[in-house]
Design a protein around this ligand. Structure first.
Ligand SMILES: [Zn+2]
Length: 438
């Protein structure tokens, strides 16, 4: 692989407090040199990418996506999902185990790992099931799943309703040293719900999912994390009440981290008006007040990371009656563009945003795969380059993802990924730039 010089970009690496115009040299898949003004160390043959006016930062890390393989290849595959990730600036993605068969055994996890190596273009890290077949009845063979390389455990999509089983799961994950990623939903309370419970659900005549359905489980599992000392990671936080609960738990020293999705930060339940099935997502889009609490949570580090919960479905599945449509938004390719709205509006700094997409999720994964989320010398050369001001129209036909299900279709976003580099290899490049060989 030829060395690559990324020249004169605006380098932002929150892990090291770097925010300056400079150049970055990549050799042998690793970050080799970072300099400001001075010439890069000479290389016999190298490629140059001119990054004037562009942001150069560590590659984005997505702690939560659904790649659907094995079992639901009509929705997504590791090949298409990882290409969607590359287009979205993500260099590492963690895939949820709700496949068919689910990732509750080493055979299936090894299959995902081998597909990731042969067909993936970004680093794909699997998450193992908490319970066998995700049924919430009996624990999965967790140590076996750790040997297969899972980075966390989750029954995402299905909460673990049995409190005793959840308590045992946390005792095991504590011993194994991995986080448990928690889909918080009291399914008795949310049963039959299809959108946020409130005035709009009443007007539309749709059954609502109250904020309490999430918050009850957040409270229960924070209490269990306190009891067991385990690492709990709350997935897709969507309500102001959950942010408050996590804040109090962090104050008490509970080992909890949390993530929020781009859609819960930027879209409200109003998107559902007109029975827009592409806005049907679980947890549901909430209110402006929830959005403000989630943004505040990011600023105060109550919420550690932004994760897409990329959930592709086929067009046919989203064309049926609202109540019957599966939950989910295809989110990898629009994540940056929609999140930059918060920066353009002055609600979040660019550095905070990048930190929530890079070194903060990296801390949750740990150092097993090298120093992720950082441009430190010697770290894997995972780099994302983007233009924060370039406007583009979301055209789902151009998506690499098979999932065209997004409420953002046809809207204009400001901010676009220009290049994505994984371990020194250019895996995505926008047509607006050329890489010069010398
Ligand atoms: Zn979930």
């Amino acid at each position: 692989m030829k060395p690559l010089l990324i020249q004169d970009g605006h380098i932002i690496d929150p892990s090291r407090g770097i925010d300056e115009i400079g150049s970055l040299l990549i050799t042998e898949g690793k970050i080799a040199w970072l300099g400001k003004g001075e010439a890069a160390p000479p290389q016999p043959h190298f490629a140059t990418l001119h990054a004037q006016g562009l942001i150069v930062c560590p590659g984005f890390i997505d702690l939560h996506c659904h790649l659907r393989q094995p079992g639901f290849e009509e929705k997504e595959t590791i090949a298409t999902g990882s290409r969607a990730a590359a287009r979205g600036g993500f260099t590492t993605i963690c895939c949820m185990p709700n496949t068919k068969p689910p990732l509750d055994n080493h055979f299936t996890i090894n299959y995902v790992n081998s597909l990731a190596l042969s067909q993936g273009v970004v680093r794909v890290l699997p998450i193992g099931c908490i319970s066998k077949e995700r049924k919430g009845e009996e624990l999965a063979p967790m140590p076996e799943l750790v040997s297969s390389g899972v980075i966390a455990f989750s029954d995402d999509g299905s909460p673990v309703m049995n409190t005793d089983l959840m308590c045992h799961a946390l005792e095991h994950t504590r011993k194994l040293g991995l986080p448990l990623i928690d889909h918080c939903e009291d399914t008795v309370l949310s049963d039959g719900g299809v959108m946020n419970e409130g005035t709009i659900s009443s007007q539309l005549g749709l059954k609502g999912i109250p904020a309490a359905a999430e918050e009850i489980m957040v409270a229960r599992d924070l209490s269990l994390a306190h009891l067991t000392g385990a690492r709990l990671h709350i997935a897709h936080v969507s309500t102001a009440g959950s942010v408050d609960l996590i804040r109090r738990a962090k104050d008490k020293g509970v080992k909890v981290t949390a993530e929020v999705t781009p859609h819960h930060l930027t879209l409200t339940e109003e998107k559902v008006i007109g029975y827009n099935t592409n806005a049907k997502v679980n947890p549901p889009l909430r209110t402006e007040q929830d959005i403000q609490a989630l943004i505040q949570g990011l600023k105060e580090n109550i919420i550690d990371a932004i994760a897409t919960d990329h959930a592709p479905h086929t067009e046919a599945e989203k064309l049926v009656e609202f109540a019957l449509v599966p939950f989910g938004i295809s989110g990898l390719e629009t994540a940056l563009g929609s999140l930059l709205t918060l920066v353009h509006n002055g609600q979040l700094t660019l550095t905070t945003l990048i930190s929530k997409l890079t070194h903060q999720p990296a801390k949750i994964i740990g150092d097993k795969y090298g120093k992720l989320g950082s441009l430190e010398i010697g770290a894997p050369a995972d780099v994302t380059i983007f233009d924060p001001d370039m406007e583009w129209i979301v055209d789902t036909k151009a998506f690499a993802s098979k999932g065209k299900n997004t409420p953002l279709a046809g809207s204009t976003l400001k901010g676009k990924v220009i290049a994505t580099i994984v371990q020194g290899k250019l895996v995505y490049k926008d047509d607006s730039i050329t890489v010069k060989e010398s």
